[in-house]
Design a protein around this ligand. Sequence first.
Ligand code: ADP
Length: 176
Amino acid sequence: MAQRQFDTVTVETVQGDIANQPDLGAIVSAANAELRIGGGVAGAIHRAAGPGLEKECIPLGPIRPGKAVISGGHNLPNAHVIHCLGPVYGRDEPSDQLLASCYRKALLLAEKKGIVAIGFPAISTGVFGYPIEEAAAVTLKAVVEVTPSLDAVRTIRFVLFSDADKAVFDEALMAL
Ligand code: ADP
């Protein structure tokens, strides 16, 4: 695990499954606009949460790129799921600002709920095609810009599916 402290917040990276992070108050989904089950991160989260999650989510959608909404965690060990719609790379512009907005909005929602520890996947880097190096730089910059204003959130964990993606996030984290 790589870790750095920014103000009162620990930012860390792990290799793993975002749907299996039992010590976090909230996990973030790389959602589709309709907040339906889908594949990738959203599929893993919905499968672990059970059908109640989709039932709660559908009335909250559709959402626009860069936006986030919050739901309960249902059968997950986490109290909340925050659903972000990342930009499709090369289509939703400006993609860097929309990607940064996902992280800012998710952290604002977490603050409002008093969530202490939150986990993020690498939003937009799967089927939405955002190159992992660019995404890591935009993502970590966005998160670190918000840390001075966080009162509740104390841990921000990036859960990367592959060792290669974790190595890219580690490098971007140490470069900040
Ligand atoms: P998007 O549609 O926003 O691109 P995806 O779900 O397709 O979202 O993928 C986002 C990133 O999450 C990709 O890097 C993918 O490898 C990774 N990923 C897929 N499943 C999981 C999982 N269960 N836990 C953590 N990361 C995952």
